[in-house]
Design a protein around this ligand. Structure first.
Ligand code: UD1
Length: 358
């Protein structure tokens, strides 16, 4: 039983379900918690990534952390009691991931965690709490990179539970790259022919604080005077920009609604630079070989810095502008991290097959 709920989950589960389809011993059920619910944040991704229509929709929607987590737990417990899955597969680090894991663990249903072991060591991030709890409870810890194995070992996780499988999100990226021509978005986003930058922002620590959001936008305006900046705006961020009366700070920046998976890949894969506070986009930039400025103080994906194209520059205006100068001033040498080869889902399916049947 696979559990998804929020935008960054769909691209991680799609290749896993595909790979497991090749194992005739496995029956798969997809549960969508509904943590995200807008067509542009959820439904559109399910269709585009050719995921099956979810067998169960929990419809939890937005709420405080406690309420959202509790709603997922209550609804998911009923499903687990009725269906008694042999394994619950959770992905990433959103509230739905942790909530489903808590339910499964208490019903003694084994858990596989895809994208295990990542740590920012910053417990002010809700995702860090979700990662720690989920990894503590999971029986199969499927890590995207060796740093994940090391973090889990340092926390005392038994070696037998840890499986280095590589980055499953890169499977989805490689599969869709041939479809992601710039032509798809040319009519909506006027950048063709010129180098441009892409910006995404949605972390509460950045967008829920007026001073931090203002400081980032000041840097982005300076960068936009040098190179067009395209900014697909997450709903959380859209609400805060309005509340903080910061919409005037967006002058000169090309704004769009959140884009679908392939349109967004078209945008990022042709960009000169990516600026983001997203975890997934740090990895995608590295896979695409495009310089990335991470607008945070830390990252749970250090391999994107040591091997990839990422620079963690923080949120001060001056630091972001300096990062921009460095990123566009010189080539960014990058190596592809180990096992980010488009075949992580095959390895996950093999680990799951052994766990269930041997
Ligand atoms: C969640 C995840 C985060 C992930 C992000 C990707 C947690 C703790 N956070 O953050 O890890 O990186 O998704 O997008 O699980 N909203 C809509 N429509 C939607 C979804 C949200 O309008 O379909 C608005 C609502 O006002 C909501 C706000 O966005 O309150 C925040 O949504 P929420 O799911 O709570 O957190 P994200 O910031 O999206």
């Amino acid at each position: 039983m696979h559990v998804v709920g929020a935008r960054p989950n769909y691209m991680k589960i799609a290749p896993v379900m595909d790979a497991l389809r090749g194992d005739s011993r496995v029956r798969q059920v997809l549960v969508n918690t509904g943590q995200h619910y807008d067509e542009s944040m959820a439904g559109g991704f399910l269709k585009e990534l050719q995921l099956p229509v979810p067998d169960r929709d929990l419809g939890v929607g937005s709420a405080s952390h406690a309420v959202q987590t509790a709603k997922v737990m209550m609804a998911f417990e009923e499903i687990c009691l009725a269906d008694r899955p042999d394994l619950v597969v959770v992905v990433g680090d959103v509230n739905s991931t942790m909530a489903a894991s808590l339910v499964a663990a208490k019903l003694l249903i084994p858990i596989a965690h895809v994208e295990a072991g990542l740590r920012s060591f910053d417990r002010t991030m809700p995702e860090e709490i979700n990662r720690i709890v989920t990894d503590r409870l999971a029986d199969l810890l499927l890590t995207p990179s060796r740093d994940g194995n090391e973090n889990l070992r340092a926390e005392g996780t038994p070696e037998a539970k840890i499986h280095l499988v590589g980055n499953v999100m890169i499977d989805t990226l490689r599969r869709h790259q041939p479809l992601a021509g710039l032509d798809r978005i040319r009519d909506r986003i006027p950048v063709a022919g010129r180098p441009y930058a892409v910006l995404t922002l949605h972390r509460p620590s950045n967008v829920d604080d007026r001073a931090t959001l203002g400081s980032i936008l000041q840097a982005v305006r300076q960068i936009a005077s040098r190179m067009p900046v395209v900014f697909p705006v997450h709903p959380r961020t859209r609400n805060r920009l309005r509340e903080f009366d910061l919409e005037g700070e967006l002058e000169g920046i090309i704004l769009t609604e959140p884009l679908g998976y392939i349109d967004f890949l078209a945008l990022t894969s042709h960009a000169r630079l990516i600026m983001t506070d997203s975890g997934g986009l740090q990895e995608e930039s590295t896979a695409l070989g495009i310089p990335c400025l991470t607008l945070r103080e830390n990252t749970e994906r250090p391999i994107t810095v040591t091997h990839g194209t990422n620079r963690v520059v923080g949120t001060r205006t001056e630091d972001i502008v300096n990062g921009f100068e460095q990123a566009v001033g010189a080539a960014t040498p990058a190596r592809m991290p180990e096992l980010w080869d488009g075949r992580a889902a095959e390895r996950i399916a093999a680990v799951i097959g052994r766990f269930l049947f041997e």
